[in-house]
Design a protein around this ligand. Structure first.
Ligand code: NAD
Ligand code: DO4
Length: 486
């Protein structure tokens, strides 16, 4: 740490504030653990109280604005964020390791999401319904739920908070946001865009602190009317239970164990490309990342050898370097988890064909790197085929036919995304019908989400709600049915 290490604060009631207890922590660069990206707050419950009070005080005036007026703020935020794409992208790469082009791409996605929801301020929010009383006017409108708690993870530190905050705001809610501490610097830069756009004080507040204090505090707070959470299953379920216990609305988007099926008739070159991109971009740290690669036996060996050839070409390194394809894991705990799953895979009898090691020397030794791992001879019940690893690990599973492929693809507690490579329309239709996942993609990788379409999982991946697109209105508002008679 040097005297010039930047210091970031909480954002409460329109101003930047130190944590009331004065405690701080460090945001570390996963490409070099000795580099501190920023000094960030380690906030207390009192900071959360202040943020919630500010959000509560601000919500009435915000709700009373026209949707178009709220949208104008979001358009301004989008323009400011677009002008800071490089700065925000660099902060993201330095805090969580994804490559700079990916980080800038994600920032651009944040801008697009803001513009999409800004436009929502002009769209209809209800229906006219014929009443059984000929003189009456029966229609629906929507009310904001009040103050929304946003709890977000580190893996998409711009896109995910924005796909929660933007719809919360456009539909008239105030917000208390707890970003992941790993990416608190990126979050502060996002927050600054809202501040510079002139968002009224208290409408959006940001508190940086531990999950157990600030995250749980949000889940339990009587003045937070709804909680939207993205993160791991264990934490998500605890958040959901705390919300349910006090009757608050909640929405949980959690882990995945996403399959790609390679049919015998697939274009194998395209399938290899999609497996690598879906499974290893962002170092496998996407909820939608491909993890189980289910291949029909007729093409298994050919697919495997093409995959190995291409994975061997991937360059692991610092995400800021232009030649890097794959950055480090986002933090030490994540790296340790990935390495422990690699050991477990070997112990359970899978064959490690490639990678799965921690580079020991040179520039990479001080980072949380794991080389991309490919496992052969994986069976569906092995831990590496069942549990979310959230790292650069692909598990190859051989099947006899399409029926078995789909059965194994569904053989998981998760149901977030799934894809198939095939040139046979029958295979594609069967897959779409039978696959138990919220996002199913034919001849496309498992990762990749379109901001205007609903996104969310089935089974243990979600609380069965949907985010993004117009689906977001369901969480951030309540329907009010209105009956008027002269
Ligand atoms: N389905 C999706 O849309 C989606 C998207 C991105 C990530 N994810 C999932 O997120 C996970 C990775 O992210 P992570 O490691 O940041 O997850 P995490 O669950 O550890 O943390 C997520 C957020 O919850 C907070 N938190 C931690 N403990 C808490 C508690 N007791 N109460 C309330 N909040 C608490 C964290 O500080 C963070 O802000 C993976 O499982 C991944 O699949 C899911
Ligand atoms: O990590 C979850 C979000 C996935 C996503 O946004 C994508 O696949 O692009």
């Amino acid at each position: 740490m040097t005297n010039s290490t930047p210091v970031y604060r909480n954002y409460i009631n329109g101003e930047w504030r130190d944590s009331e207890n004065g405690k701080t922590q460090h945001s570390i660069n996963p490409a070099n653990k000795n580099e501190i990206v920023g000094i960030i707050p380690d906030s207390s419950k009192q900071d959360l109280e202040d943020a919630v009070a500010a959000a509560k005080a601000a919500k009435l005036a915000w709700r009373k604005l026209a949707g178009v007026q709220r949208g104008n703020f979001l358009f301004k935020v989008a323009d400011i964020m677009e002008s800071r794409t490089n700065e925000i992208g660099e902060a993201m790469t330095m805090e969580m390791g994804k490559t700079l082009p990916e980080a800038k791409g994600e920032t651009a996605r944040g801008v697009a999401i803001l513009r999409y929801y800004a436009g929502e301020g002009m769209r209809k929010i209800g229906d006219v319904i014929p009443s059984s009383d000929a003189d009456a006017f029966l229609y629906t409108t929507r009310s904001p739920i009040g103050t929304v708690g946003v709890i977000s993870p580190w893996n998409f530190p711009v896109a995910i908070p924005i796909w929660k905050i933007a719809p919360a705001l456009i539909y008239g809610n105030s917000v208390v946001w707890k970003p992941a501490t790993e990416t608190a610097v990126t979050a502060a830069k996002v927050m600054q865009c809202f501040h510079d756009a002139g968002l009224p004080s208290g409408v959006l507040n940001m508190i940086v602190g531990s999950g157990s204090v600030i995250g749980q505090g949000i889940a339990e707070h009587a003045d937070i009317n709804g909680i939207t959470f993205t993160g791991s299953n264990a934490v998500g379920k605890a958040v959901g239970q705390a919300a349910l216990a006090r009757g608050a609305k909640y929405q949980l988007e959690m882990g995945g164990k996403n399959p790609i099926i390679i049919a015998a008739d697939a274009d194998l070159d395209l399938a290899v490309e999609a497996t690598i991109s879906g499974g290893l971009r962002s170092t496998g740290q996407k909820c939608t990342a491909t993890s189980r690669v289910i291949v029909e036996k007729d093409v298994y060996e050919e697919f495997k050898s093409k995959l190995l050839g291409k994975v061997a070409e991937l360059k692991v390194g610092n995400g800021l370097d232009s030649g890097t394809w794959l950055g480090p894991c986002a933090n030490e705990k994540q790296m340790d988890t990935v390495l422990s799953y690699i050991n477990k895979g070997v112990e359970e009898g899978a064959v490690l064909l490639h990678g799965g090691t921690r580079p020991a020397d040179g520039d990479l030794a001080d980072g949380f790197y794991v080389t991309p791992a490919i496992f052969d001879k994986v069976t569906s019940r092995m831990s590496i085929a069942q549990e979310e690893i959230f790292g650069p690990v692909l598990t190859l599973i051989e099947v006899n036919d399409m029926q078995e492929a789909i059965e194994l693809a569904n053989d998981t507690d998760y149901g977030l995304s799934a894809s198939i490579y095939t040139r046979n329309i029958g295979n594609a239709m069967l897959f779409v019908q039978e696959m138990e996942a919220g996002l199913v993609r034919v001849n496309a990788e498992t990762a990749g989400v379109e901001l205007q379409a609903p996104f969310g999982g089935m089974k243990q991946s979600s609380s069965h709600s949907r985010e993004q697109g117009q689906a977001a209105i369901e969480f951030y508002t309540s329907i009010k049915t209105v009956f008027i008679k002269p």
